[in-house]
Design a protein around this ligand. Structure first.
Ligand SMILES: [Mg+2]
Length: 161
């Protein structure tokens, strides 16, 4: 049974490299944020619907992103998706994804909610640097590769339905 889905940000929730972006940020539409140099973040079609679907199914949504916390926080605010995420399992820093999962798996939040590694799905667009190492250390975590064709969105829904 899936109880939590942990997402990477860039290339997984949206198209664009948020770590390259510098404030001030501007909301162009409910799917797009630009920075001072017109660098863009475009929310993937289906991301908002997926987050909504997971929340309605009472599945916790987390984030594991190698990034600047303030940038991620502001982009998520402007795209109005921040409320889907559970603060206790939102990790934004420059640690490796393995270290982020070490932290998440040792957290009181998981203990309190009785979440084991095999109840967790990790979604990321970088297979070699992120998915494979995390899977190697925690084989019971389910990993899904995020792709531009958005097949991962379908895959996650199928796992849960
Ligand atoms: Mg990524």
């Amino acid at each position: 049974m899936i109880k939590a889905v942990i997402f990477d940000a860039d290339g997984t929730l949206w198209k664009g490299d948020s770590f390259m972006m510098r404030p001030p940020f501007e909301k162009i539409s409910e799917y797009m944020v630009k920075d001072e140099r017109d660098r863009e973040i475009i929310l993937f079609e289906g991301t908002r619907e997926l987050l909504d679907f997971l929340t309605k199914k009472k599945i916790f949504v987390g984030l594991a992103s190698q990034n600047f916390f303030d940038t991620i926080f502001e982009i998520m605010n402007l795209l109005e998706i921040q409320h889907y995420f559970t603060e206790d399992i939102v990790l934004v820093d420059w640690a490796s994804k393995i270290m982020m999962f070490d932290k998440i798996l040792a957290s009181d939040f998981l203990l309190k909610n009785n979440i084991e590694p095999d109840n967790i799905v990790f979604v990321d667009d970088n297979e070699s640097e992120n998915l494979i190492p995390v899977k190697k250390k925690y084989p019971s975590i389910k990993t899904i590769l995020a792709k531009e064709n958005l097949s991962h969105i379908k895959e996650i829904r199928e796992l849960i339905e």
